[in-house]
Design a protein around this ligand. Sequence first.
Ligand code: 6LW
Length: 505
Amino acid sequence: MRYHNPIIPGFHPDPSICRVGGDFYLVTSSFEYFPGVPIFHSRDLVHWQQIGHCLTRPSQLPLDGCRASGGIWAPTLRYNDAVFCMTTTNVTGGGHFFVTAADPAGEWSEPIWVEGAGFDASLFFDEGRAYFQWYVYPVGIHQTEIDLATGKHLTASRVLWNGSGGRSPEGPHLYKIGDFYYLLAAEGGTEDGHMVTIARSQTVWGPWESCPGNPILSHRSLDRPIQTTGHGDLVQAADGSWWMVFLGTRPVGYPRYHLLGRETFLAPVIWEDGWPVVGNRGTVDLEMDAALLDAHPWNTTESLRDEFDHPSLGFHWNWLRNPDPTRYSVSARPGWLRLLGAESTLNDPASPTFLGRRQRHLKSRVTTLMDFHPQSENEEAGLVVLGDNHHHYEIGITCQAANRVIFVRRKIGTLQAVVAQQPLPEGQILLRVDADEAWYTFRYAIDNKEWLELARGETRYLSSESGAAIFTGTYFGIYATGNGQPCQTPADFDWFEYEIMEGPE
Ligand code: 6LW
């Protein structure tokens, strides 16, 4: 049977998976975005639907002032004694913690904090004990036993393993399989040198025997459409088959760069001489043949068009850091989403009025209908392609000398410029971004009349390789701002549509 990789496209890095009966649950990193740690559900490892987020309250997820790609780094999801446990690290807001839930769709508990530097928190349960692992650069993978009720260390922490020789042996996950304890890790850094490695021991504390086949997964120095494969997690299906989820990227252009962030991929795993063999014996493809589980597609796919006529927004929508809920309303104008600009802008490590969804396809199009009539020159609203607060392109409306103007602005690091501007007659306006591998093209139309192209921007300069969105991926979003001053005029959005302009995911 054949399946497509990535199984969860778009910015969904550092996947961690667990199984309960016939159900699989998977979480990914979320960095400066809110809510945090999206959680997905599948019954066949191929079809996934998002069921919520683990971190939905500022008390769980303090992101105030969080730098781009700060916040929530890698999570680990485990199930123990009928309780789901998700541990992760808020690298700019408190460090390691875990939350628990009986229902993976939430609500999840308040955080229980665990002492320790570094990142890549993980949990392992064995014979009634809870073991906590994490990575400290450049020392290595640490472990301690913890009290699940308090998060307190019960033993002195020890360095477990320094990897098989690659730099940054991180992303630890521990398993008891047969007669051995297995320690899975990522080495080489999350760029082109990334790899998955593994070691085993007779005890949970080592000593660790490195797999002779390490790295068990890597695309380093290979010319393949999937790159940077690493940061894996193993899971056994109810039928006894083994699988690994892991992150990877799909770069374009030359020199290569990736836009959609690090995505979640799947590979079958077999065991030989007590060691796992991953995918096509250490590599994976976009199309994979495997003895798949019985297919269980979901009849609800992620919404591609939002009419904003429902009291809550879909799980695919994210804010930047901790949003001010008073600046977003779906009730002020029924059937419209009303945004009220904050003084902060998209350049600030703050929570500007922004609502975005991941770009999950290189060839895609987003369109929105906006009703916005700014009364002062500081007021602005529009459609943005966001890498991070240092890299974004937007088509926006403001007013100059009491006349509306429409513009495209590009921010690339310390460079920022309005690259095109036109006077704009009154009326509701359609805004559109067309994305292909090389360009974002910005267009608009007044009152459903002809589409006018205003400007283009190279996709390359919103990529991690250009210093944007180091650990995240591009978002398409709507925004409003007072540009450092209070905003009185709301921006109303009637609908937002995401169109896939390429073959199947
Ligand atoms: C993640 C770690 C990593 O915690 O990147 O480079 C961090 N490797 O495993 C963010 O994804």
